[in-house]
Design a protein around this ligand. Structure first.
Ligand SMILES: Cc1cc2nc3c(=O)[nH]c(=O)nc-3n(C[C@H](O)[C@H](O)[C@H](O)COP(=O)(O)OP(=O)(O)OC[C@H]3O[C@@H](n4cnc5c(N)ncnc54)[C@H](O)[C@@H]3O)c2cc1C
Length: 379
């Protein structure tokens, strides 16, 4: 059932309709096949790029869609309701464009931003390492200054779109401590850069997650974004926006699970009546609907603060925490509504439940979101 959205403009309404059309005609017919076979959907990102859906929140002067964040997030939610792996990759691409947009020089933007925002080149974000996930400041991958640039050595982990994306936000150590990290924009074809084989994941099977290995890879100085030592500030600034993307993906998943559960509960009968008419199950569905609506309201509130130029870091962490916990609960309850059938791969709720789990983990686990919120409260 299509969500009845309150959108700010006619243009936003058209964008939602366009997204629904693409989801119905391009994504829905192939999602099950790719998720089961764990194959990458070639061509899907070109379609999304041509439709202008890969750069919605970025300024039009650089080739972006010039849309408020609240609109971009609702588009993302619509994609996620159909195919979470694709929505996550779209969100990560947007995340990967942020450092250049917010911290790049005019020259750097002119050189790379238009092709990134048009979707001609797809981006990935590589902050995590095998030994440093939540504690990003402990990262060890090293960028040693040499004539004309840096020599990079070390390993990065868990890169969404790894090995497929055309450019990589690399966060590497150029000095000591948390102020000794710098940000680079590294093209895939860099000599000395290689990728591990895709991780065997619980969900999001159609988009690979890989490690990356830098072996004496040369990155020229003009590919450093911001000043030396500014890397962690850039990484966290991008994550504030990215977390809202993950919150929207989580709501899309939860909405899809709710819709499937309601449709099933209206059809299935037990003890002589539709299972939705048993109050015990009707209340479960009502709680699921309340969780979805409130999670959406929470991310929209954070997005509107961002659109208004207000501080929104705490609100982004609240949105990520609330929306992803809601998605985990709602998708699990959807499996319950379908009974034994919910536990099989014949129904999509099984996939939604597996996919919801990762939203509580990446772009800062929900323990880390609590840490961020707690620090704001502590002043
Ligand atoms: C499918 C997938 C895609 C990903 N995509 C990307 C990507 O594109 N780019 C990228 O850079 N990374 C990516 N990640 C990495 C992801 O962001 C990390 O896995 C996540 O940040 C957690 O880090 P970790 O796995 O090292 O866990 P750890 O940091 O080792 O944490 C383990 C547990 O300890 C808890 N914990 C840690 N510190 C604290 C604390 N201070 N207080 C309370 N609890 C704490 C955590 O919440 C967690 O429950 C991805 C991961 C996955 C699985």
């Amino acid at each position: 059932m299509a969500v009845d959205r309150l959108l700010p403009t006619d243009e936003a309404r058209d964008l939602i309709q366009l997204t629904r059309d693409i989801a119905d005609k391009v994504l829905a017919p192939i999602v099950d096949e790719h998720e089961k076979a764990e194959t990458y959907p070639e061509g899907v990102f070109a379609t999304l790029g041509e439709a202008g859906l890969l750069s919605l929140p970025y300024p039009q002067e650089w080739g972006g869609g010039g849309q408020p964040y609240e609109v971009y997030l609702q588009v993302l939610e619509e994609i996620a309701a159909c195919w979470a792996a694709v929505a996550v990759a779209v969100s990560v691409h947007s995340l990967a464009c942020h450092p250049l947009m917010a911290f790049g020089t005019e020259e750097q933007k002119q050189q790379w931003l238009p092709e990134m925002l048009s979707g001609t080149t797809i981006g990935a974000y590589s902050l995590s390492e095998p030994q440093a996930g939540s504690d990003a400041a402990a990262l060890a991958c090293k960028a040693t200054a040499v004539d004309g640039g840096y020599r990079v050595d070390g390993a990065k982990a868990w890169i969404t779109h790894g090995g497929i994306a055309d450019f990589y936000n690399l966060f590497a150590r150029t000095g000591e401590g948390s102020k000794g990290i710098s940000c680079f924009l590294v093209p895939k074809a860099t000599e000395g850069l290689s990728f591990g084989r895709p991780e065997q994941k619980m969900g999001l099977h159609a988009v690979p997650t890989t490690s990356a290995h830098y072996d004496d890879a040369f990155v020229p100085t003009e590919r450093r974004i911001g000043v030396e030592g500014q890397g962690l500030q850039i990484a966290f600034s991008a994550l504030d926006s990215g977390r809202l993307g993950i919150a929207a993906v989580a709501v899309g998943l939860a909405q899809a699970a709710l819709d499937e559960a309601v449709a099933y509960a209206r059809e299935r009968t037990a003890f002589g009546r539709r299972i939705i008419d048993h109050q015990g199950l009707g209340f479960l569905l009502a709680d699921m609907a309340a969780a979805v609506d409130s999670a959406r309201a929470t991310y929209l509130d954070a997005a509107r603060r961002r659109d208004a130029g207000l501080p929104y870091s705490r609100n982004a962490s609240v949105a990520k925490l609330v929306a992803t916990d809601a998605a985990m609960k709602v998708t699990t309850d959807a499996v319950q509504v379908l009974g034994g059938y919910g536990y099989t791969r014949d129904f999509r709720v099984e996939r939604y439940m597996r996919e919801a789990k990762i939203t509580q983990i990446f772009e800062g686990t929900n323990q880390i979101q609590r840490l961020v919120i707690g620090r704001h409260l502590a002043g």
